[in-house]
Ligand binder design. Structure first.
Ligand code: SME
Length: 158
């Protein structure tokens, strides 16, 4: 099956899976599983924006990305703002496509098998970044603009 057809089916599957579900972690878990199984990626998962440096909270903690639901090998659990591909996508508030992770300055290598990567921001109701979807491939240049467009659409189902 072609990539476009796979995404088309996946979008319908995910829409049905999340319908009526209000728990975001549960939705992230099934979305990661559906994506991972459909495409056979190396690693598929979410990092959530956690912490609050706002002055009004009792115990402020710097905001960072913390590992969320995923499929694949164990991964790093904390990523600071602006660091790695994930922290960069969060800071820029845009999808980052990396054809060769060795060429990305500051790339955080959770696994040496990872060769290319795409990171898509997930937005909250106010438009702020609340998480990122991170997908790693064990092949170079796996992700292109078509992946970006579909994945940006699919994460809005969360
Ligand atoms: N490579 C990512 C870190 C997360 S792992 O790939 C699962 C990055 O540079 O942000």
């Amino acid at each position: 099956m072609e990539k476009t057809e796979k995404y088309r089916l996946l979008e319908r599957q995910v829409a049905a899976l999340v319908e009526g579900e209000t728990d975001t972690i549960a939705k992230m878990a099934n979305l990661a599983a559906a994506l991972h199984e459909t495409f056979g990626f190396w690693w598929t998962g979410f990092y959530r924006v956690v912490g609050s440096d706002a002055e009004l909270v009792e115990v402020p903690s710097p905001r960072e990305l913390v590992l969320g639901p995923f499929q694949g090998p164990v991964a790093c659990m904390h990523i600071p703002y602006g660091k790695g591909v994930c922290g960069t996508a969060w800071k820029r508030n845009e999808t980052v496509v990396v054809p060769d992770v060795e060429e990305f300055p500051g790339h955080i290598a959770c696994s040496s098998a990872s060769k290319s990567e795409i990171v898509v921001p997930v937005h909250g109701a106010g438009g702020e970044v609340v998480a990122v979807l991170d997908i790693d491939s064990d092949r170079l240049a796996t992700f292109d603009d078509e992946d970006r467009v579909w994945l940006e659409r699919i994460v809005t189902l969360l």
